[in-house]
Design a protein around this ligand. Structure first.
Ligand code: PMP
Length: 422
């Protein structure tokens, strides 16, 4: 990434970066780019939810949504998200407000009960490991840590995880029971899995008979361009390959409607769904169907979801454009950074020279710009190259975002040139 600079030039560039940093630190900024939270303006798009279901309390099949029951969630809402998540409605569960919670529960149930296709509980195995494409989502890694699941890093490519590494690891080690995948507009680098990647995941030979793909399709409809990306249907591919039970599909409306009061989804084979429902029955007498009815009335159908996401895009796209413009102006041609231009999702990944990410994040924090901790994109917080920084632009206003990215660019120049000067 680094371009050759003469010693004289380097001194000049470093002096300039130091001056800019002093000026930045003196501004007394207080900006937060840490988490991918929707902004208040995005939440306002779904304000009508607060006055729904407006006195109605029955769903189309006559279910009284105020009562217990309906463990699988409202069928009409599942119909809408069947299309979005590429899972037949009969094999989809609509649950509480969080898909992360469903991922947590799926792992907990697999540890404590026997999965379809398994010969014993995961808790009875000496060692369990998951493949973790990196960079990836820190909360996936946190779940593994919580349950004592070893994490094996696999590099991401432009078309998904490095499939040669994945195929080798799942074939040789029966302790490898799962892989984390964010198949569309991945967190954090916006990668969309190619059809070939999906096919290879569905057909590969695994040493573990109870191997699962945790297909976290969190950004299924979160497009940022006029050319929405479509990914292949993993569940269908698994079925065709004779591995029907391999896929666990997750999604939610967290970044469609309200992040704190949306609906989470789990989709899988009929056998997997039966297994999940049997376990869930012990922990709940049914999900919040009032909220599900509210979502049904608000979104109406899959076309309604798409129209709503266009309104989300109108708020988000300028933020991504702002980041691209400022990074290009401030860091383009310096050889100090590369960054992603995602076609959807919530994040931009900034790559800085090896050994610089932590220091950039530290200097930015000292100047009042808080970023996701460097290393969070890797299992155990270990980005061995110390080069990856995740930018989450959704929450701050455009003006705040501009200030934050300009400031971040100053920090990249400061730390990058300081390192070259050593
Ligand atoms: N998966 C991914 C990849 C995410 O980025 C996020 C939110 N940052 C979640 C899951 C969280 O989903 P939920 O709100 O449905 O628990």
């Amino acid at each position: 990434m680094t371009t050759e600079i003469s010693p004289d030039n380097l001194t000049g560039l470093l002096d300039l970066a130091r001056r800019d940093y002093r000026e930045l630190a003196g501004r007394g900024l207080s900006l937060d780019l840490t988490r991918g939270k929707p902004s208040p303006e995005q939440l306002d798009l779904s304000e009508d939810l607060l006055s729904l279901p407006g006195g109605r309390h029955t769903s189309a099949d006559g279910t009284d949504v105020r009562n217990y029951g309906g463990l699988q969630g409202l069928p009409e809402l599942r119909e809408i998200f069947a299309e979005v998540l590429q899972v037949p409605a009969a094999q989809l569960l609509a649950g509480g407000n969080s898909s992360l919670e469903l991922m947590h529960d799926a792992i907990a149930h697999a540890l404590l009960g026997v999965l379809p296709g398994a010969t014993s509980r995961w808790a009875d195995q000496e060692r369990i490991a998951f493949l973790c494409p990196v960079p990836g989502y820190d909360r996936h890694f946190a779940l593994c840590e919580r349950f004592g699941i070893d994490m094996i890093q696999v590099p991401m490519t432009e078309s998904g995880p490095d499939m040669e590494a994945v195929e080798r690891l799942v074939a040789e080690d029966p302790a490898v029971k799962g892989i984390w995948c964010v198949p569309k507009y991945s967190n954090p680098d916006g990668v969309c899995y190619s059809d070939e990647t999906v096919e290879r995941l569905a057909t590969m030979t695994t040493a573990a008979p109870d191997f699962r793909i945790f297909w976290d399709n969190a950004y299924a409809v979160h497009h940022l361009t006029d050319e929405p990306v479509a990914i292949a249907d993993l569940l269908g591919a698994c079925e065709r390959a004779g591995n029907a039970d391999r896929a666990f599909v997750f999604g939610s409306t967290s970044k469609i409607t309200f992040a704190g009061a949306g609906v989470g989804f789990f989709g899988a084979s009929a056998a997997n769904l039966k297994w999940l429902l049997a376990n869930n029955q012990k922990r709940s007498i049914g999900p919040d169907k009032v909220n599900q009815l509210r979502h049904l009335l608000f979104l109406r159908d899959a076309a309604g979801v798409r129209a709503h996401m266009e309104r989300q895009r109108a708020l988000l796209q300028p933020k991504f454009e702002t980041i691209a413009r400022i990074l290009e102006t401030e860091l383009g041609g310096t050889g100090l950074a590369t960054w992603t231009s995602p076609k959807g999702g919530y994040f931009v990944t900034l790559q800085v020279p090896d050994g610089c990410a932590k220091e950039v994040v530290r200097r930015a924090a000292e100047a009042g710009i808080v970023l996701t901790p460097a290393g969070a994109t890797h299992p155990y917080g270990d980005d061995l190259r110390d080069a990856t920084i995740r930018i989450a632009p959704s929450y701050p206003s455009l003006t705040e975002l501009e200030q934050a990215i300009e400031g971040l660019a100053v920090c990249v120049r400061l730390v990058g040139y300081e390192k070259q000067a050593v």
